[in-house]
Design a protein around this ligand. Structure first.
Ligand SMILES: NC(=O)c1ccc[n+]([C@@H]2O[C@H](COP(=O)([O-])OP(=O)(O)OC[C@H]3O[C@@H](n4cnc5c(N)ncnc54)[C@H](OP(=O)(O)O)[C@@H]3O)[C@@H](O)[C@H]2O)c1
Length: 296
């Protein structure tokens, strides 16, 4: 299949491009800097104003959510996702897979969340972005899947990649409530599940991209600390994180026990469904993904 990937130069995009190319798809990266993208990924690349005809589009691009969410940053986070999604939805393609995030559900202690669960009742900024981002896929003609991504784990990027320097110097902390659930997935299973959704016509609408087994904030922090041969320094209460980071703290502290109901119903087999197994791939084997075709 001819596949356009936006955000292909990013953390998930790089692994996804390699995985889909391995599966035999013909990839074109869409980038603000096509020359750099082509050199980095060794695939064809194009600019946003020169999209070629394609069978499928996978949309991962968006302003980084790292940092303090000033009004300017919030506008960039929202507009870089919604405007590009609208543009891509108007570009003819048989399949359109568009990123979203589990921020859609908000802070939901004690609940098991599936794709049919309602959005964040508190309607915080993260949920507003996810809803607007998903709504922007609305005018696409073909099959549309909204990829509700959890914390994607690897050593070289995402949640763990960002926190490793702190844990290495012994300054790693538990964020918020130690018992709060974190919904996670390895980069390996992330790209396998996106590839599965691309090739499998039964998927449409929202799709949770998480493992079936959430872990606690405490288990996550202690696991990263153990990898660094350190101890967790302390626990930072949620109120203090909010005072320092504002709304950006929500992504670190939200309590979410998410079930990837559609992936499980379709028979997708996670290579790393449980935290013990993930420790082996994340902490011993590194962040490389194994490009097995996901089978039922
Ligand atoms: N990583 C996670 O755990 C996670 C969890 C939930 C949701 N997500 C979502 O999944 C998507 C991919 O995540 P990621 O971690 O791979 O992101 P990333 O590493 O930050 O990469 C995003 C890519 O988007 C492009 N980009 C950056 N700023 C942009 C802007 N202002 N306008 C247009 N394009 C811009 C860049 O590509 P070019 O420079 O080549 O244009 C960049 O490589 C994001 O939308 C993210 O919000 C990720």
């Amino acid at each position: 299949m001819n596949v356009l990937i936006t955000g292909a130069t990013g953390f998930i995009g790089r692994a996804l491009t390699a995985h889909l190319a391995w599966l035999g798809h013909d990839i074109t990266a869409v980038s603000r800097d096509p020359a750099r993208a082509s050199a980095l990924l060794r695939v064809r690349a194009c600019a946003w104003d020169a999209l070629p005809a394609t069978d499928a589009i996978i949309h991962l691009a968006g302003e980084s959510v790292a940092g303090i969410w000033t009004p300017w940053k919030r506008r960039r986070i929202l507009e870089s996702r919604v405007n590009t999604t609208r543009q891509l939805a108007a570009h003819p393609a048989r399949v359109f897979l568009s990123a979203s995030a589990v921020g859609y559900y908000g802070d939901r202690p004690g609940e098991v969340l599936t794709e049919s669960s309602p959005p964040d009742p508190a309607n915080r900024f993260r949920a507003q972005v996810c809803r607007a981002w998903e709504d922007a896929t609305g005018c696409a003609q073909g099959r549309v899947v909204q990829l509700r991504l959890g914390h994607v784990l690897a050593l070289d990027g995402g949640y763990i990649g960002a926190l490793l320097p702190l844990f290495r110097i012994g300054a790693g902390c538990i964020f918020g409530n130690a018992a709060a659930r974190v919904s996670w997935i390895t980069i390996c299973d992330t790209v396998r599940l996106i590839g599965f959704a691309l090739e499998n016509d039964r998927f449409s609408g929202p799709l949770n991209i998480t493992t079936p087994n959430s872990i606690s904030q405490s288990e996550l922090a202690r696991g990263i600390a153990a990898h660094c041969n350190r101890r967790v320094l302390t626990r930072i209460p949620a109120w203090l994180l909010r005072a320092c980071l504002g709304e950006a703290a929500q992504a670190l502290i939200e309590d979410q026990n998410i079930r990837p109901a559609k992936a499980l119903d379709a028979g997708f087999r996670f290579e790393f469904p449980a935290w013990n197994g993930v420790r082996e791939i994340i902490f011993v084997g590194g962040s490389q993904h194994t490009p097995n075709r996901a089978t039922t």
